[in-house]
Design a protein around this ligand. Structure first.
Ligand SMILES: [Zn+2]
Length: 269
């Protein structure tokens, strides 16, 4: 049975999976339509918010929103200029700061962003926050969550339809979804692959630069993370790529990103 489902999924995969990642042009597996995945993401996002204390009306919370708006606007401009705006036009962006001492942040499919207060000592400034925002938003624009969920459903022999149908009620399905999206604070976060991390870094640099944030800050942010002594969850612990490799790759991608950089006016940090 599992084998049959697997074969069926592979057939579906062959029919509808040929998507290209913006910016890098890599082909990826994606079995799940945006409508379904964005709905699942919204459900999980609201669940996380229900269980968390948000502090959006603090100056840091306002900064998360401001940086998020600037970066998502930059993404819109980039998408329009590069012919994939239709793919992201239905994103319903939301930015929340959660009061929890964990050095993490994430963006779910459809543009649902959460920052944890524990990452603020590492971001240090609005520029540093833009590094993280650019990176997380890039994971969503590159549809890494959908790609990982597709891979996990294939591996578990689960059908997309069954997963969608049980997303609201089945704890195991919810765990699979949360893992694929890389959300949560510490427990059970699955690190993105090195390929996904590199893509998010490269795209994030361009998005932050277009939003008026100096992309050179990315190198400084990752240096601070590398000095943190491994307290962060996998998304920022960065065993793959190692901090050294990541910083080297970021430096290599900086000249391209700097072409998009125009310092923003009215800097408030
Ligand atoms: Zn990442």
């Amino acid at each position: 049975m599992i084998k049959k489902v697997g074969v069926l999924l592979l057939v579906i995969f062959a029919l509808q999976a040929c998507k290209k990642v913006p910016v890098t042009g890599r082909s990826q597996i994606n079995l799940i339509g945006d409508d379904s995945i964005n709905k699942m993401a919204e459900q999980q996002y609201n669940m996380v918010l229900d269980q968390s204390r948000t502090v959006n009306n603090t100056s840091n919370g306002e900064m998360v929103e401001r940086v998020g708006e600037r970066i998502s606007n930059a993404v819109d401009r980039y998408a329009k200029a590069n012919g994939f705006y239709e793919d992201i036009a239905d994103y319903n962006w939301e930015f929340n700061l959660i009061d929890e001492n964990v050095a993490n942040a994430w963006c779910m499919p459809g543009g649902k962003v959460a920052f944890y207060t524990g990452i603020l000592p590492f971001t240090e400034s609005e520029e540093g926050m833009a590094v993280v925002m650019g990176h997380e938003v890039a994971h969503a624009i590159a549809r890494h969550g959908a790609e990982r969920l597709s891979q996990q459903l294939l591996a578990q022999g689960l059908s997309v339809g069954a997963a969608i149908a049980s997303a609201g009620t089945n704890v195991q399905t919810q765990n699979t979804i949360n893992q694929a999206f890389g959300i949560g604070s510490t427990l059970g976060i699955l690190a993105f692959s090195r390929k996904h991390e590199s893509e998010a870094d490269k795209m994030g640099l361009i998005f932050m630069a277009m939003a008026g944030y100096d992309p050179r800050e990315a190198v400084e942010f990752w240096k601070r993370m590398s000095e943190s002594g491994g307290q962060a969850p996998p998304e920022f612990l960065s065993t793959h790529p190692s901090h050294e490799t990541r910083i080297k790759d970021l430096e290599e991608n900086l000249p391209e990103a700097l072409k998009y950089y125009k310092p923003r006016t009215g800097i408030s940090n």
